[in-house]
Design a protein around this ligand. Structure first.
Ligand code: GTP
Ligand code: MG
Length: 205
């Protein structure tokens, strides 16, 4: 995570995906859960992924890679971070929301270089029906995923360990779920080092 990360491509539909190469780490979750903010916190670059108060900010699959690789076949970055549009309610025309939701689902199901999905859950709301739909899809496609609780600065500190164990209880029978839940606050920089470690392990195994 040392070098600066750069945005390389926004993907509006499956046919614009880059050729499969570097391992991909993707961030999924309901609109406004904090996916783009988490990527910025993770790489330590505030303005890298665009964030907004308005749900529906990210509308394409946005690819970020460490800078300094030529992109030639022999000089590819070891991994890419993929910011995704959210699912669920968004402030955008319904056709757009339907199209990007389909894109997210198709990508999650069918990308062989997708190494790990981080599924973000808002600490105040917990796992909702549409989150469960995504977890079902990932289990069925056997894509490894890990749950991240976001915005823990918005709940009382003593509630965090309880929320972690409740969430673990809910996912324990899920075959593709990584049996550890990360609690984060991008706002306060909480949990970023743990997440970096988890990603390092994911791409090296
Ligand atoms: P979409 O792209 O619309 O799906 O949203 P997103 O999941 O990428 O969320 P984004 O990162 O744009 O953040 C949504 C809002 O939540 C912004 O106003 C952020 O500032 C805020 N936010 C994100 N992370 C945190 C956090 O850890 N704590 C607090 N308090 N606010 C946060
Ligand atoms: Mg976003």
């Amino acid at each position: 995570f040392g070098r600066p990360w750069i945005f390389i491509r926004g993907v509006p539909s499956m046919k614009f995906l880059p050729p499969e190469g570097p391992l991909e780490i993707a961030f999924a979750g309901r609109s406004n859960v904090g996916k783009s903010s988490l990527i910025n916190g993770l790489v330590g670059q505030k303005g890298l992924a665009r964030t907004s108060n308005t749900p529906g900010r990210t509308q394409e699959l946005n690819y970020f890679v460490p800078d300094g690789f030529s992109g030639d076949p022999g000089d590819l970055p070891p991994m890419a971070l993929v910011d995704m549009p959210g699912y669920g309610y968004a402030q955008a025309p319904k056709e757009h929301v339907d199209a990007w939701t389909k894109l997210v689902f198709d990508y999650l199901r069918g990308r062989s270089t997708l190494k790990r999905v981080y599924v973000l859950i808002d600490s105040r709301h917990g796992i909702k029906k549409n989150d469960d739909d995504v977890l079902n899809l990932l289990d069925k496609a056997a894509v490894s995923y890990q749950i991240i609780l976001t915005k823990t600065d918005k709940i009382k500190e003593p509630a965090v360990p309880r929320l972690i164990s409740e969430t673990l209880e809910k996912i324990k029978k899920r075959p593709a779920a990584f049996p550890e839940v990360l609690a984060t606050s991008s706002e306060k920089g909480v949990g970023m080092e743990e997440l970096r470690d988890a990603i390092r392990v994911a791409i090296s195994t």
